[in-house]
Design a protein around this ligand. Sequence first.
Ligand SMILES: C[S@@+](CC[C@H](N)C(=O)[O-])C[C@H]1O[C@@H](n2cnc3c(N)ncnc32)[C@H](O)[C@@H]1O
Length: 489
Amino acid sequence: MPATALPAAIEEQLCLLVRERTGIRILDHQMDTLRRTVADGLTRFGHAGATEYLAALRAARASSPEHEHLIAGITVGESYFFRDQAQMAWLREQWLPQLIARRRAENNLSLRIWSAGSSDGQELYSLAMLLTEQLPDLEQWNLHLLGTDINAEALARALRGRYSEWSLRATPETARKRHFRQEKERVWSISAALRGHVHFAYLNLREDSFPSMLSETTALDLILCRNVFIYFDPTIVAEVMRKFHACLLPGGHLLLGASDLIDSGTLDGFSLHNLENAFYLQSRTFAPAAVEPAPAAERTRPQTPPLVVSHALPPTAAAASYEEITRLLGCEAWREALEATTNSRMRGDDSALLQQFRAKALANLGRAREALEACDASLARDSGDKHSHFLRALILLELHRLPAAEESLRRTLFLDHNFVEAHYQLALLQMRRGARPSGLKSMKNALTIAERAQPDRRLHDAAGRDHERMAAILRHELRMYESDSGYRK
Ligand SMILES: C[S@@+](CC[C@H](N)C(=O)[O-])C[C@H]1O[C@@H](n2cnc3c(N)ncnc32)[C@H](O)[C@@H]1O
C-alpha cells in the first residue's frame, strides 16, 4: 500500500536536505520509502507533525537520532559477497597478482584499499578473502583495508560480521569453508582472522574531507565505490570523483558499479577500461613536479610520480613564505607544498617547521618513509612540538609500526591532553590491537573533549573538520562499536 503523501513543500524541503547532507537524490519511485521513514520518525521521536520533524532535522546535528534514523531509512544497503563476477575475476586474475608481484619486486609489502559506501561490509571482506588466497605470507604484509559508510547501523553490522545465507549467494565454496562459520540455520559469521584485517569508519562522501591522513584515505592503490553514485546527484558525483582521484596513487584504480553511470566530464584524470559487462578506471599519472629525487629505498615505490631532478636552483624559484606553504597544505596541494619546501631548503632554510611541512606533504603523497625522516629531522630540532609527534604517529600507523605509533600518540597527549585527534587515533589503534575497553575509553575521551570545545574551532590536523563535525563522527563510531544490533535478514 502506498504511504500517505506529506505536504508538497515539506517533501521538497526534505529531499533538498537529504541531497545537501548526503548527495543522495530521491527519485519519484523512492518517495514512498521517504514517506514511510518520516511517518516512523514522527512516532518514534514524538513530533506533532511533519513541519516540526523537518525543523528538528534542520536543527539537528548529523549524529542526532533523527538524522541517523532518516539515513538508515532512505539509504539502499543491498550488497553481497563477491558482487559483480566480472570485476571480481579481474581483481583476482589480473589486478591483484600484478600488483602483488610488483610490490614483492620492490620489497614493499603494502596494499591500501578503500571501500567507500561499504554498507554491511561484504565488499571489503570479499577483497580481504581474495588477498588471503593470494598472499601465503599475509602476516608479513602491511594491509590497509578500510570500509566507510554514512549509515551507522550498516557499519555496526559490518563490524559484527554476521550475514544471512542470501548475502553469500555468490560466494565460492572454498571461501565459504575457509572464512565463515555457520552460527545457526542460514546465518553465517565471518572469521575473527578476517575481521582483524579490516577497519570500518563513518565517512560521509558529501561532507567529510578526503583525501586525509586522519581518515586514512591517502595514497590508495584501489577505491571501490560501487552502487553508490546510482543514488547521487550528478553534480555531487563530479566533486567526489575529483577527490577520489586525489586519494589514489598515480596509476591507482577505481571501481564503480555497472549501473553507476557517470558523465564523461567526471572522468578527468582517469582512463576508462572495459571488462565484460563492467569497467574499471585507472588514475593517469600526474605531470612531474620539480622535486628532489627520492632516496633509493623509496624510488622503487610506484606511488611516487616520475621525478625531475633539479639540483640547481631555478633562478626564478623564490622561497615561499610559511604562510604560503600552510595555505598549500590547507588546500591539499601536496605536490606544490613539497616543491615549496624544497625551494626553501635550497635557500638554506632547515627549520623544524619547514621539516614538519615537508613531512606532511610527503606523507600525503604516500611517501611514508621519507615523511618519517623529515618528521624525525623536525623533532631533532624541536622535540616539544605536538604536531610533529602526532604526524609521526600517523606515518608510523601507515607503516604499520603500531607500538612506535602508540608511543608517539602518548607523547602528543603528554604535550597536550586535549588533542582530540590523538585520542581518536589512539582509540583506533587500541581497537586494532584487540584492546577494546581501552579503545572505547580513548574514544569517549576524544568525544568529551570535542564536545567541550567551541564547535566551529578547527581541528589541528584534519583538513576541513571542526570540533562539532569530529564530535558527530565520534558519536557515530562509538555507537557502531558499542552496538550489538543484529545481522541482515
Ligand atoms: C547499495 S550500497 C552499496 C554497497 C557496496 N558498495 C556494494 O556495491 O555492494 C550503497 C551504500 O552507499 C552508502 N552511501 C550513500 N550515500 C553515502 C554518502 N554520502 N557517504 C557514504 N556512504 C553513502 C549507503 O549507506 C549504502 O550503504
